[in-house]
Design a protein around this ligand. Sequence first.
Ligand code: ADP
Ligand code: MN
Ligand code: MN
Ligand code: MN
Length: 345
Amino acid sequence: MAIIAEYIWTDGFEPTRTLRSKTKIIPELSADADVTIDDMPGWQFDGSSTNQAEGNASDCLLQPMFMVPDSIRGPGSYLVLCEVFNADGTPHATNSRAKLRAVLEQGGEASDSWFGYEQEYTLYEGSRPLGFPSERRYPAAQGPYYCGVGADQVYGRDLVEFHLEACLDSGISIVGINAEVMPGQWEYQIGGPNAGPLLASDHLWLSRWLLYRIGEDLGVAATLDPKPVPGDWNGAGMHTNFSTAAMRAPGGISAVHAAADKMADHIDAHLAAYGAGYEMRLTGHHETCRYDEYKWGVSDRTASVRIPALVAKNECGYLEDRRPNANADPYDVAAVLLKTTLDLH
Ligand code: ADP
Ligand code: MN
Ligand code: MN
Ligand code: MN
């Protein structure tokens, strides 16, 4: 039997790239055989429909880069993450994964770096977040929902559990889940120990695809809007936890401090990679530091960069950049963190 491959890529939408995918049946490959990414043929798509090309020269190329078993379709099927190339074989301007690869090709400490992303998101039914009463009324103020339990506290756990199972079955490095501070808002964590920047970012993009895909079956839309409800409601972020081998080694706290200090000189470069709408979320309220200020601190959730209390105590570990939005592109986030802290270009 042939294999079924879902080719997945990011489009050219401004200001936020979104996911696209289409299905390829590959009769030359058997569902019973061991297939690898090298067996996956290139493909193309209509770039004029994704803001990646003009209609009179519309073909963009899809190059498979990473794949996992497709836990939704089951045995003999795969989710195939692709990079987008121009017809002449150069990386497309929207190909942020190629830009991260170029940073990693400079070698050095970047090759031992680990990334852990905390992906927050908000579930919607129609035009309202799950758990919000219809029309113009609002639920009771924030407080009980974070890590809550019970039908009057958390909303959408069926989707959350299906998503967890799908990620695990596909071999995606999901390491945790929690309900967030606004009704209908959730978080899951991807990567962490032993997850390099490309792997963690590839896993994150595939986990997002699975989240949307599972939502289709339940009639619930997951969104990565960084400030889905204005006013006194937390926004949605993608805290990024980052370490190098030097930070993780005994006494590595000095390398953690050095990295946090370097980031003070590159505020704009970091914000440019942290997702559209960060001004709305990074207000200085709701567990954020204002976007145009920069400070780091131990255990400080009002800082741009937090050093977890246990890291301070152990005098080694990692740091958390709290600024990336839920809608940030993890390839861009990883690239700027590596460039700033390791003096790469
Ligand atoms: P919090 O909500 O308290 O900020 P989470 O538990 O949600 O923390 O997320 C912490 C993340 O940090 C996890 O994804 C974990 O895998 C990751 N992490 C732990 N150690 C490291 C490390 N040395 N380098 C990079 N990421 C790490
Ligand atoms: Mn978290
Ligand atoms: Mn959170
Ligand atoms: Mn966090």
